[in-house]
Design a protein around this ligand. Structure first.
Ligand SMILES: *Cc1c(COP(=O)(O)O)cnc(C)c1O
Length: 353
């Protein structure tokens, strides 16, 4: 399929590298492709970024048939722009589409479209320390229809925008509230899909935790509220003695690409990594025995987010003396080192745009 290109006549001024933040600025162009039952995916195009008119009746507004991805383009010291394991994002996008009855997208074509879009907006990839171009592919149901069924029409859209370093003053340990009432997902639900609905479901607990002075919630399983699932919108790891433990992908946990990369790196370094069930009680008991060395979240936005404190069952525990754990730091340095092509990439994770 040929990608039609319409360039903007009004390029926007680029924001200052120091004031980027996250998700506030959008590049000059976006990619759009339509789906209909008779034509399949068709009319791929790159057009100026801007409002899209929709009828208020389109299905996504009412029944939430919507999935998304999140990845980054990094500018290396030599000025080149690279992506980190983008084929994994396209694979996961299709897994999410499948779960939400959205027609699958040709993964190679989607990656080609993404690269073309980035090349058109290449000047939007920032070069300040820790900055990157955040890429948000998403699919929405666009039938103007209020009956409940999967939509017959969709749009696949990719928008991008420059983002700042997640941690301005380096890695910052965060305070985590173990959520006893609300759950993020249950097995059989949407937990392992990157569905917008999961985020809608998580807001209430997130707000309550913030009010209590915590940064994120730690989610327990939706059935027994006993086993650890994720932290905020990140996967979670615990270092207990000489074992690195992360919850196994059980169907309600999002299969993070940062999670997968951490496991692969840790095993490559010779660490014992277990993907298994881990109860919050086990975490607290390990702490009592002096075996809980560190805990951290993993995700594209923050890469590694060290956990400085946990609050559960009226009991607060402080991890790694409230400082960054050794392994958290090592993973952060190596992952960002590979992403910005500062160190060798033994797994060929980095892809040129
Ligand atoms: C996207 C996401 C993650 C992290 O996935 P990465 O591929 O590492 O960015 C973890 N948990 C949830 C709920 C997510 O939506």
């Amino acid at each position: 399929m040929e990608i039609r290109v319409e360039l903007t006549k009004n390029p926007k001024p680029k924001p200052d590298s120091d004031s980027l933040g996250f998700g506030r600025y959008f590049s000059d162009h976006m990619f759009i492709m339509d789906y209909s039952v008779d034509k399949g995916w068709h009319d791929p195009r790159i057009v100026p970024y801007g409002p899209i008119p929709y009828e208020p009746s389109i299905m996504v507004f009412h029944y939430g048939q919507s999935v998304f991805e999140g990845l980054k383009a990094y500018r290396t010291d030599s000025g080149q722009v690279v992506l980190f394991r983008p084929e994994e994002n396209m694979k996961r996008l299709n897994a999410s589409c499948d779960r939400l009855c959205i027609p699958l997208i040709d993964e190679e074509f989607a990656l080609e479209a993404l690269k073309k879009l980035i090349n058109i907006d290449i000047d939007w990839v920032p070069s300040g320390k820790g900055t990157s171009l955040y890429i948000r592919p998403f699919v929405i149901a666009t039938d103007p229809f209020l009956g409940v069924r999967p939509s017959y029409t969709y749009q696949f859209i990719i928008i991008t925008g420059p983002v700042g370093a997640y941690y301005k003053e380096g890695l910052n340990p965060v305070r985590i509230y173990v959520e006893p009432n609300y759950v993020r997902a249950v097995i059989g639900g949407l937990g392992e899909s990157k569905a917008s609905a999961n985020y809608a479901a998580s807001l209430k607990a997130q707000e309550a935790a913030k009010e209590k002075g915590y940064t994120q919630v730690l989610w327990l399983d939706g059935i027994e509220k006993k086993y650890v699932e994720e932290v905020g919108t990140m996967n979670v790891f615990f270092v207990i003695g000489d074992e690195v433990v992360t919850p196994a992908l059980n169907g309600s946990i999002l299969p993070g690409i940062t999670r997968k990369s951490c496991i692969e790196l840790l095993r490559h370094w010779g660490f014992k990594v277990s993907e298994r069930k881990i109860s919050i009680e086990e975490v607290y008991q390990a702490n009592e025995k002096g075996l809980l060395r560190e805990a951290f979240g993993t995700g594209t936005a923050a890469v590694i987010s060290p956990i400085g404190e946990l609050y559960w069952n009226d009991e607060k525990i402080v991890l790694s003396g409230g400082r960054i754990g050794e392994l958290s730091q090592k993973l952060y340095d190596n992952l960002t080192g590979i992403q910005y092509a500062k160190i060798p990439d033994p797994f060929n994770w980095v892809v040129k745009v």
